[in-house]
Design a protein around this ligand. Structure first.
Ligand code: G3I
Length: 422
């Protein structure tokens, strides 16, 4: 089976695809390179953005991923035991949900066992970066759909759905664009980009994160809008423009506003929730096409803050606007856990999943739940400076499958949470 799938993926490589993929630098090539942070650990520089942005900002050099050795040659028996009707996909389906995960296409492509695991466990995939501007637009006059087309072919071959992420994000602006913005018609470029990308995938994607992370009250702009490249160069109404353009190019995809920092019961996130709801209400009142809200769900184990009423009320507010909800990027950052024992850490991570999903899945508007990665072999939480600040030498165990593709306690917590859904 694994061999058959590998053959499939390999056969998807057209000559053009192979050329583009071979141009990618493998992650190992970044080992040993380390970018110096401008701020001391625990401090933020005057212009330091939030954790999400720090970690996902385009980095000249990657933090090295931990070396887990080569991926497993076969699916371990523990993973086989939770396949078929025991899988996340099957349990989710029985409770009105789609279970999904984010993948790095190059990683999936090079790992036939991961391909098998993904096809067994999920009903939906989303590329971590391959549909963003920086990946799709190597130059102003070029679109490179090689990697995302490969993923579309893979999901279609396995009867999975594909999510699109993301058409507008402050953190994925190609250099050719940011460096020449003063001489370019950015508004027109945004419109053309969305039209081309949405048309390319029209009728083939489940949903698009049309705009990602547009709220950032620290920037002091009206309505809490982030003073992003798009806000400044395409105009403060760029969100309306993006959604309208996406709908025109693909009438079938569910158009989603996606954001983070709305999960916890604290003052900052309470304000962010208020601002997101205000943004959504504004979009609806202006007749802007909008179908869903993505709650990223990057949460932490061992956090002093709790998750409860704030999230519940927020989700209910979204539901009452007639919108669907997707949990789009869930993972559990375990950097705050002060102990090293793996069983204890896994228990704390699983409980964090369970507690969160008990609250989040209670709302019937939730239709999909995706984790931001499949296995601890590949998680953005090991990429950057912020998320292993306290435990720099300890790879995160944040995802449903461990680095050997065995289901972790988190897997069972997620599956149980699906089952508890009425
Ligand atoms: O494969 C490319 C290669 O073509 C390129 O030359 C090379 C050098 O940059 O790196 C490889 O691309 C990297 C890509 O991940 C795939 O591994 C990018 O540099 C790197 O910036 C990119 O990071 C992603 C980041 O967003 C920025 O796009 C992370 O994987 C991804 O997990 C992260 O995801 C974000 C969500 O979009 C929004 N919410 C927060 C989340 C975590 O930051």
């Amino acid at each position: 089976m694994a061999t058959r799938r590998m053959v499939l993926i390999q056969s998807l490589r057209t000559a053009a695809a192979a050329a583009a993929l071979h141009a990618c630098r493998p992650l190992e090539m970044f080992a040993g390179e380390r970018r110096q942070s401008n701020a001391a650990p625990g401090q933020t520089s005057p212009h330091a953005p939030d954790e999400m942005t720090v970690n996902s900002a385009p980095q000249p050099q990657h933090y090295p991923q931990p070396d887990f050795g080569p991926p497993p040659a076969t699916l371990p028996p523990e993973a086989k035991a939770v396949s078929g009707r025991h899988s996340l996909a099957a349990h989710a389906r029985r409770h009105g949900l789609v279970a999904g995960a984010a993948v790095v296409v190059r990683v999936l492509e090079g790992d036939p066992v991961l391909q098998q695991l993904a096809a067994e466990q999920y009903g939906m995939l989303v590329p971590e970066a391959e549909l963003k501007w920086r990946a799709l637009r190597p130059a102003q006059d070029r679109f490179d759909f090689t990697a995302s087309d490969t993923l579309l072919a893979y999901t279609a071959a396995h009867h999975m759905q594909l999510r699109g992420h993301t058409l507008v994000w402050h953190n994925s602006v190609p250099d050719w664009l940011s460096e020449n913005a003063a001489h370019l018609d950015v508004r027109q470029l945004l419109t053309d980009h969305i039209t081309t990308v949405c048309a390319h995938y029209a009728g083939k994607v489940h949903s698009w994160d049309v705009v990602n992370e547009a709220i950032f009250p620290q920037d002091g702009q009206p309505n809490g809008l982030r003073k992003s490249f798009w806000y400044e160069h395409a105009g403060p109404d760029y969100i309306d423009l993006a959604f309208r353009t996406a709908r025109a190019a693909d009438p079938h995809a569910l158009l989603t506003y996606n954001d983070y920092g709305v999960e916890y019961d604290n003052a900052d996130q309470s304000e962010r929730r208020r601002l997101v709801l205000e943004l959504l209400r504004g979009l609806k009142s202006r007749g802007v096409p909008l179908d869903a809200v993505g709650i990223q769900s990057h949460i932490k184990a061992g956090s002093p803050d709790t998750i409860g009423k704030g999230l519940t009320d927020f989700m209910e507010g979204v539901r009452q606007m007639g919108l669907q909800i997707f949990l789009t990027e869930m993972d559990v950052n375990e950097d705050d856990l002060a102990f090293d024992d793996i069983a204890r850490r896994d228990g704390a991570i699983a409980k964090t999943y369970a507690d969160y999903l008990q609250i989040a899945l209670a709302n019937p508007a939730v239709k999909a739940m995706l984790t931001w990665g499949i296995s601890d072999r590949r998680t953005w939480l090991n990429d950057g400076p912020t998320h292993h600040r306290k435990q720099p030498n300890r790879p995160q165990r944040s995802l449903p499958f461990d680095a050997a593709y065995r289901p972790a306690p988190a897997f069972f917590a997620i599956r149980d949470a699906f089952d508890r859904r009425t």
